[in-house]
Design a protein around this ligand. Sequence first.
Ligand SMILES: C[S@@+](CC[C@H](N)C(=O)[O-])C[C@H]1O[C@@H](n2cnc3c(N)ncnc32)[C@H](O)[C@@H]1O
Length: 404
Amino acid sequence: MERRSENGADGYVEDIPYTFGYHPELDPARMQAVLRRAGVEPPEVAAACELGYGQGMSLAIHAVAGGAAWWGTDLIPSHAAHVRALVAGTDARLEAADQTFAVFCARDDLPRFDFIGLHGVWSWVSAANRERILELVARRLRAGGVLYVSYNALPGWAPMLPLREMMVAYAAALPADLPRADRIEAALRDAQMRVLRDPLVLEACPGIEAELRAIRHKGVAYLAHEFFNRDWAPMPPAQVAAAMRSVGLSFAAQADEAELASGARFRREYFVKDGAPPMDEGATATPCRRRDDPLRDVQILNDRLLALASCSPGMAWLADPQTGGGVEVGCSAMLMLAAWRSGAVDAASVARDAEAMLTRLGQHLVHEGRVLVETARVRAQLRIEARELLEVTLPRLRERGVLA
Ligand SMILES: C[S@@+](CC[C@H](N)C(=O)[O-])C[C@H]1O[C@@H](n2cnc3c(N)ncnc32)[C@H](O)[C@@H]1O
């Protein structure tokens, strides 16, 4: 089987691995619940596919905790290696390829999928890759099946378009032997200076300066993938809907109603493939699974997620065997659970070890929406949280089978 090439990364940043996010919209059970609330009868999901799965947190959690068989692909080989390591030794039915969309979408050995999802991909890849994704949906999503897609929307992102072009051009003009992270930092600094010096820009886009300041605090893994690919194509929702209509998909529901209400520039949407499933396709060839020991698999994965949390910033989710999806425990709780898993038994030692991890990761403790800066306050707050974790949260997680 051809591995990855055929036009390679096609303008996508491939030398910096992505962040460790989990995206609940990719959970088939959540998709079904959202569609039902919207008055749409959702499909059963036995075979599912995630395109551009990144570090594979969602893919691993859904393949291990849920009942569907999963396929997926991502360009970056270390992403594929990561998700394979997360599920190793479990019963998960998962094929995590490291093929480009050009190769994966042309494969003729894929099943008919009931659910295809792509989070943070559509606006960040080339037009040719969007076409390939649509071809895959046309050929491989069964009638009645669901597509989940998230994208950057217009007009919300319009002020950022020229600025991003400028930053990409600035970074590209720097010496090629400068590490990408340094080129990104220099481009952001330059953009900030230009904006500050340009009253016309400040007047036309009052929020842009604050936006750039906020962006500069994000890690390079996020920045590289969000803003420094060759392609960045925010679109009006009507344009996305038209692309989906061209392959027989109708809009079904917003995946995140709360975010939409706040006027977000990032949209998450479900589309349903038109037509009733033909008799031979309705019963899918990949039955939902009954496993021998589902709790064991989830707990293997969750122990790995806790180990990962102690060295990777921003992790907040574990797999939940009761729902088949993720359960959000929060970033500081993840670190405290990691400390507990490594042998800390009481609140004082859990808090102390979590504080050391926060420092090592360069993360801040957030309480009631505010970053705590004074060491004494951080310590006191961690103590409170550690006590609650050990007395309330941990017993609940164990009762649900999330942790052994
Ligand atoms: C912004 S990241 C999102 C990752 C993940 N879905 C998430 O939200 O955490 C986009 C992902 O798409 C992958 N990707 C980009 N172009 C691709 C291509 N042509 N073929 C396969 N994967 C690609 C990248 O490697 C990257 O992991």
